[in-house]
Design a protein around this ligand. Sequence first.
Ligand code: AMP
Length: 395
Amino acid sequence: MSNILVINCGSSSIKYALILQDYDYRLYGLAENLGTPNARISGLTYNAQENRQEKFEVELGQADHAQALEVAMKRISHFKFDAIGHRVVHGGTMTQAQVINDQVIQDIKNISNLAPLHNPANLIGIDATMKLYPDLPQVAVFDTAFHQTMPKKAHLYALPRDLYQEHGIRRYGFHGTSHAYVSERASTLAGQKNQGGWVVAHLGNGCSTCAVWNGKSLDTSMGLTPLEGLVMGTRSGDVDPSLHLFLNINLGWDIAKIDQVLNKQSGLLGLSNLSNDMRTLVEAAESGNEDAQIAIDVFVYRLAKSMAAMSCALPKLDGLIFTGGIGENSGFIREKVIRSLPHFGLSLNAENNATRAKEIRIDDDTGPQIWVIPTDEEGRIANETRQIALGENVF
Ligand code: AMP
């Protein structure tokens, strides 16, 4: 297998990781606040003289994406890589990763109205690496692609047909790279690679559930945008669609303000009026903070409802999978969710559930399996890049 550079470019940040075939570690970094006076980069580099990895942190002045990338590339220059994989948030109806060429760039631009904050930022990263490495193959790996197997009954909204046919208004789903990775891992560990029915809960700052049958997504909780579905760190998830009208008429809020509140000031943060961080909320609830407790209760109840709903997409339920910062690390939340699904015949192995951030089975083998699988979106992007750009048989 080959070495792959993975890039995840945001509007003012670049996350990168060098996935090395012969090493059990990765070099990675995060450049933040790009285009502002506080631009900086930190991560893990390789010290060739002393043959060891070491942390680094550098102030970048007012560096833009291209300048930050040049600094980042110096920190991994000891190693060669064979291709570059880019995370691209919205791939519209593209069903798999694409080798980047002029047509693919145009396609990503054409669907930027569906992800106006993300796709243009992803294109900045693609442009910068194309200039730095014009001879390397580059691949776009889409967050939406895994969900393109959703049938119409799952991806259509009950809206006038024209809105779907003329304007592409439908459910797309996100976190596809994560759902694909953890469902493949869990099914492999269960001895039935890409077989059976799994309900996945990706619980990070963004949260979504997914129904996976024989390795294919049949439904997911996010929709046209990543706002639909579960309660998240700062996103509301599902609300009554008439809320917009209500807020406009009664509070005089315009559409930009409503969008801002639903995306940035709602979810766990809005409910608790304290934090979007689950750790903070669990601690506060333990010390008697009622708003933190309510935020956790709403989060868990809505999550359990969504997991039950996802099971409707599956002919049979083999197991549940938890991933993302909360899903991987909080046995407390996992236990509460399992308790909220009493009719599923689930039973938890308390000792395994108390183990943190490992690939581990946490049921006691009397009902559907329950797995904790740390996600690895970068590893999955690297593997899709190997397969699509270099023809390596990695899956
Ligand atoms: P992510 O976006 O996947 O990095 O996940 C971020 C979320 O994971 C935040 O809400 C964190 O509070 C949460 N998280 C990380 N570790 C824990 C933990 N031990 N218990 C509860 N939540 C955690």
